[in-house]
Structure formats: C-alpha cells, structure tokens
Design a protein around this ligand. Structure first.
Ligand code: GLV
Length: 325
C-alpha cells in the first residue's frame, strides 16, 4: 500500500503528479484559501507525510494527533510555523526549502529597498491620480542608494546575496549576526558591528534573520529611535521581528524616513492597519520568493523531501533542532 500524504494547498500539477506516483495523495484544492485547522487535524490523523506552507500552524496539538506522521515538509525556508521540538520528540522529521530561494529573495529585498528609497509606488499613484501638473525641483524627492550604508541584520544565505547586489551600488555594508562570520567579512568586504551601532550608522536597515521567540520585536521603539531620521527599514524576513505599533509611531513622527515591508505581524495584514495609511510605507504581500521558477523549485524540493523520508532515505534539507546552551 502506498504511504498517505496530505498537501495543504493546491500545488503545481507537475509536482502533484510526481507525488502521486509514490503516494496516496489527498490535497486541499483551494489556491487562495488556507485549509481550516479542523480539516488539517482530520487529514493529518491518517497521513504518513505532510506537505505544508507557512500559512499552516503545525503545533503540538496537530503533531500529537498525527499518529502515523513521519515527515513534515514545509514549502518555505522559514519554519517558525512548525513546532520542531515537539516534532522531534515524536520522531517526526521536519524539512524546509533553503538555497533555491536565496537569489530571488535577495532580488525582492533590493527591489523593495529601491522602491521605498525612490518612492516608486507613491510616485506612480501620484501620476495616476492626476496630480502630476509639472516638473518641479523637489517633487517626490527620495533618498540616494548609491554610496550609502546598508546595515544587514542576519548574514545567512540571503544576507550574503543581498551584499552582492548592494556592492554593485557602491554601498558600504555593516552587518550584525548572532555569530560573527569573519571569513565572509573578508570575502565580501563587509564589517561586523553590534546591533545598536548598525542602527545608528545605517541609511538602510535590512532584516534577514529567521523568526523565533528570541527575536520577537527585536526592532521596537528603542531600536527605531537609534536609527537616523533619513533611514529606511526593510523587512523581508518575518513580521514578528518588528513591533508594528512602534514602527507606525516612528514613521508618523519622522523618527525614521520610510519602511518597506514584505511581511507583517499578522498575515494578511488587516486593511485597517495604521501602517497602510502612511505614504512612506511600501507594502507587499509576502512575495520574497515569488518568481515562477523559484516557487516551482521550492515545491519540487518539498516533494523530494517527502519522497526521500517516506522511502526510508535521508531528507535533502532537514531542519536541525537547535539545542539551547
Ligand atoms: C518565505 O517567507 C519562506 O520562508 O520561504
């Protein structure tokens, strides 16, 4: 009998077909509506493998109901939606999709940085609303990118890919990371500093760390106060790293100049979020890795991880449980 898997969202047909060769597949067929928790819990009770997205919370309650489950394959690099510790305690392997989305996410991060600095969305709206009456000296002026300082919080794969883009713009690069990476500093020509210093010296601050409870609201009122009044905050990691209320206040009162956000504390962000009322915020619906080719590669790796584990082999990209010292 084929092992049973549950897929929590409609995935591309080629990937579905690949999985269907090996498994008895059940899939939540909707593209734009997440599976309900009740349905997830019902389906997972029978499943040997789960293919899920970052929209599903796979917590202890879900894992404990899953008596046959051997693998949770998340189609994302971030896995803060999964209780990895409880999974490990139940002998369930968790996998993610690192690597394939690095360049695409770095592209989007730089696109958001440029769009925010040069007020691209606001300027486009200005034209469409018929407000463009003439060319004038200080109309829609933004911040320069070339020759400025970029501070990157997190120097993993995406951080390093962002450095390469920023170097092309003659940017001076500072970084802060939990552990200092001296080899990378030399290779890429970047400088390590403490978070406080990074916030004080940077013209752009880009957040590229994974989310965990330890970094919840890492950027709050005090951190925003340290930033330059002309500075721009870019978040393409996870919304919970920034205190959105504090960010709103900082933007409204001119403590920082603008923000580019691809991620929010609650997703989808509420349409009445005060952040959406500010002209100096560029907002995107969590599309960091959203190129056609990258999303296919992510789905493919997620599928391969399921196949590997359920056929008794090592997963390609397992999530390692961090043991706190
Ligand atoms: C997207 O945010 C991901 O973690 O892959």
């Amino acid at each position: 009998m084929k092992p049973k898997i549950f897929i929590t969202r409609k995935i591309p047909l080629v990937i579905y077909d690949k999985l269907a060769k090996h498994f008895n597949v059940r899939m939540w067929e909707e593209e734009d509506i997440p599976v309900s928790r009740d349905m997830l819990i019902k389906e997972i009770q029978q499943a040997d493998g789960l293919f899920c997205l970052l929209t599903e919370t796979i917590d202890a309650e879900v894992i404990e109901k899953a008596k046959h489950l051997k693998v949770i394959s998340n189609m994302a690099v971030g896995y803060n939606n999964i209780d990895v510790k409880t999974a490990a305690e139940h002998g369930v392997i968790v996998t993610n999709t690192p690597g394939v989305l690095t360049e695409t996410t770095a592209d989007l991060t730089f696109a958001l940085l440029m769009a925010t600095a040069r007020r691209v969305v606001e300027a486009s709206d200005y034209l469409r609303k018929g407000e463009w009456k003439t060319w004038s000296p200080m109309q829609l002026t933004g911040q320069d990118i070339y020759g400025t300082t970029l501070g990157i919080i997190g120097m993993g794969r995406i951080g390093q890919a962002l450095v390469k883009r920023a170097k092309g713009f003659g940017m001076n690069i500072l970084y802060y990371n939990r552990s200092r990476k001296t080899d990378i500093e030399k290779d890429l020509g970047i400088e390590y500093c403490e978070l406080e210093t990074l916030l004080e010296l940077s013209d752009f601050v880009s957040i590229l760390i994974p989310y965990s409870s330890e970094v919840h609201h890492l950027i709050g009122e005090n951190e925003l106060k340290r930033m330059k009044e002309s500075a721009i905050l870019i978040n393409t990691a996870r919304g919970g790293i920034v205190d959105e209320k504090a960010l709103y206040e900082a933007l409204k009162h001119g403590e920082i100049w603008a923000a580019g956000l691809d991620v929010f504390e609650k997703e989808p962000v509420d349409l009445d979020s005060p952040l959406l009322t500010l002209p100096n915020v560029v907002t995107l619906p969590h599309i960091g890795s959203a190129s056609e080719s990258t999303r296919l590669k992510m789905a493919d790796i997620a599928a391969d991880n399921l196949i590997q584990v359920l056929q008794g082999r090592e997963p390609l990209t397992p999530v390692k449980l961090e043991v706190k010292k």
